[in-house]
Ligand binder design. Sequence first.
Ligand SMILES: Nc1nc(C(F)(F)F)ncc1COP(=O)(O)OP(=O)(O)O
Ligand SMILES: [Mg+2]
Length: 215
Amino acid sequence: MARISSSKMREHLKVYFIAGSTNVSDPLPEVLQKAIDGGITIFQYREKGDGALTGEAYVTLGKELKELCNKGGIPFIVNDDVELALALGADGVHIGQEDDNVLDVRQKIGDRILGVSAHTLEEARKALQDGADYLGVGPVFPTSSKNDTREVCGPQFVATLRGQGIDAPIVAIGGISITNAREVVEGKADGLSVISAISQAGDPREAAKQLKEVW
Ligand SMILES: Nc1nc(C(F)(F)F)ncc1COP(=O)(O)OP(=O)(O)O
Ligand SMILES: [Mg+2]
């Protein structure tokens, strides 16, 4: 298996749904299936925060979500937890600046997809140099889904990175919804990632469909 190409990675990043059991009121597998039906292009299992599952329940849910992604033909990404990603046979992992070292994770996961959060030009350059396949850049808008974010950088920050020579696949994250998604597209991101815009939507399928239609 070779590393994913940038063009294929950009396609996968278009509508990136991220969720864990604490982000939904209905069972996450049901929400994920609706999101897949609506056209999400990649999913990240991010089981974090108060009330997050642990132990067997954490692994069992991950297995179920991975199966849905496999059937739906989209990559299944695990947030932070490289061991779980390997145990589940995930398609990749996403790590942030406070997580494991990018070089070490690349070594552990082989050619699987590796996403890295970046908030500055230096962090972006280093992550790519160390083996990231895509960057998660944000928060582009204020967000209620994560309480320890760096300061809001705005949707134009991705365009700034492009101007500084970062032409790798980038997905924007943070407070994105259907009402501001166009700004993300105009800001030269390759994709938009959302938690509550889908996980808290009355109709996750419709929400995913509308976000897909922005492209
Ligand atoms: N989970 C993420 N996924 C993305 C993605 F690019 F996939 F959209 N970008 C950024 C993050 C944030 O990652 P991190 O800074 O480690 O915080 P946390 O582990 O709490 O999510
Ligand atoms: Mg993390």
